[in-house]
Design a protein around this ligand. Structure first.
Ligand SMILES: [Zn+2]
Length: 491
């Protein structure tokens, strides 16, 4: 009996262990067989058959591949408190290696936080992204605990930066990889799947596909040059004609692209693209692009960002281009933290997190919860009401309605196994907290008293009805503990 009385306490301790764990997306080119070459004038820079010769003068001041590798490792040494540097598993034709910088306050741990990836230099002849990404990494390191945005990003998400996806193409000073294949045409395509076997992809592509399956990316962006615009899915159309073709999350993508464009020095002032954003298929359709594949197969909301009108601006302009893109990058990252719906999915019978999925009613797409913590991160446009639906095979689906203001909402689900009749839904809407530290304290304090009261009541109920309701009640207690002590999203 003594042991059974301890059961809720043990479960609470287990829950509290979960609760104490820190909370946790081309220009677009190569030869396209569907490309008849009849593109609008504004796309010509990206699709020139014979791009201008890249001269030594143009390259001067840009990091070579060896210098970039050294810069990545120097960053890793200098900023080891908030980063780790890891090699991706691509076996390039050359002896070059690709390195990733992960930035987080706990870079070597899995956390129930959103993850974002930035990929630069997809096209070998578009080197601005790799330079700007090193500026971003160093800026975050230099400003952590000094700047509120830097601190917010480091402490509330995992940022993965692959400065160059295509070092061979960069060394060869051309668009494709060593096989002269355009990597942004090499991903399995939703409309024209000639061969979608991952083994037949280029090594650079294959590595990205495996990476997306290993990491639980919420969103991402690849960086390109030759235009100034934030491009979003879909990139292609079923009939190959050039027209607006939005994906199920069109509104969300327009929102994300606009966050980037409006935060940029002059992207939103574009005369070619209204608001500095464009649907890929409306600009010019491409097939086999990385962006659409990420969204379809990884649940990862990826943008394709054209961040420089010219592909090889003079190297002394790079710091200025970084400054023009700095707030765009920071605001895009913080969108994952400060807005949207976040939470975890638990099994009612065991209290354990489960890798279910979350849908928004009316939007035909789903995001998955992680297998480690059951956490999900769903970007949606603020200021609207959504019905959020959580599901998992073998469990009963549950849904709840939320009003999403400008702040993020925490919403946890406890799913009952199939065959049970309980209605254990405990979604909570913490509503985020757009407030200063004092108010934040009061909110947390209020949550603590509320929590203690609820725990007392539930423990009493447990003792009275333990035989009948033991496992369900424990799950509730766990959920209350997690959600009530969870730090509100700080805006
Ligand atoms: Zn490109």
């Amino acid at each position: 009996m003594a042991i059974s009385h301890l059961q809720p306490v043990v479960i609470l301790l287990v829950l509290s262990a979960f609760a104490s764990l820190p909370t946790q997306a081309a220009a677009r080119g190569g030869h396209d067989p569907l490309d008849d070459g009849a593109h609008e004038p504004f796309s010509r820079k990206l699709l020139e058959d014979k791009p201008p010769q890249i001269t030594e003068e143009m390259v001067r001041g840009y990091m070579s591949n060896a210098e970039l590798e050294a810069a990545v490792h120097a960053f890793g040494s200098r900023c080891s408190n908030i980063s780790r540097v890891y090699r991706d598993n691509t076996n390039l034709l050359s002896a070059l290696e690709r390195w990733v910088i992960e930035i987080s306050d706990k870079p070597r741990q899995r956390e129930a936080e959103p993850a974002f990836k930035f990929i630069g230099n997809v096209h070998g002849d578009e080197p601005v992204g790799r330079e700007v990404l090193m500026h971003l990494a160093n800026w975050l390191c230099d400003n952590y605990l000094k700047d509120s945005l830097a601190t917010l990003i480091v402490e509330n998400m995992h940022l993965h930066i692959l400065p160059t996806m295509n070092p061979d193409g960069f060394a060869l000073r051309w668009r494709g990889n060593a096989n002269n294949i355009d990597l942004n045409r090499d991903f399995p395509d939703q409309f024209f799947s000639v061969n979608n076997d991952i083994d037949y992809r280029q090594p650079e592509t294959r590595a990205i596909m495996n990476w997306v399956k290993q990491e639980h990316f919420t969103a991402s962006a690849s960086l390109h040059g030759g235009a100034l615009v934030a491009n979003y899915p879909w990139d292609g159309t079923r009939d190959t004609s050039k027209h607006y073709y939005g994906c199920p999350d069109d509104k969300t993508f327009r929102h994300m692209a606009s966050v980037y464009s409006r935060s940029h020095y002059n992207m939103s002032l574009s005369k070619e693209f209204e608001g500095g954003i464009t649907n890929g298929a409306l600009w010019y359709p491409i097939y086999g692009g990385m962006q659409d594949w990420n969204y379809i197969h990884g649940g990862c909301f990826e943008l394709t960002l054209e961040i420089s009108d010219t592909k090889w601006p003079k190297a002394d302009e790079l710091p200025v281009i970084w400054e023009h893109n700095r707030m765009s990058m920071l605001n895009l990252l913080t969108t994952l933290i400060k807005s949207g719906v976040h939470g975890r999915i638990f099994a009612a019978d065991t209290g354990r997190p489960i890798p279910g999925s979350v849908m928004i009613k009316g939007i035909d797409s789903k995001v998955s919860a992680s297998s480690t913590f059951g956490d999900y991160h769903r970007i949606v446009v603020p200021g609207e009401t959504y019905e959020v639906v959580a599901s998992m095979e073998g469990f009963q689906q549950k849904s709840t309605r939320i009003m999403l203001e400008q702040e993020a909402v925490n919403l946890d689900f406890i799913l009952d196994p199939d065959g049970t009749d309980g209605q254990m839904k405990l979604p909570r809407n913490d509503g985020g907290c757009h407030c200063d530290n004092a108010k934040l304290f009061h909110v947390q304090e209020a949550h603590l008293w509320l929590y203690l009261l609820i725990v007392s009541v539930l423990l009493t109920l447990y003792l009275v009805f333990k035989r009948k309701t033991a496992s369900r009640l424990a799950s509730k207690l766990l959920a209350y503990r997690y959600s009530s002590l969870r730090r509100p999203v700080a805006v």
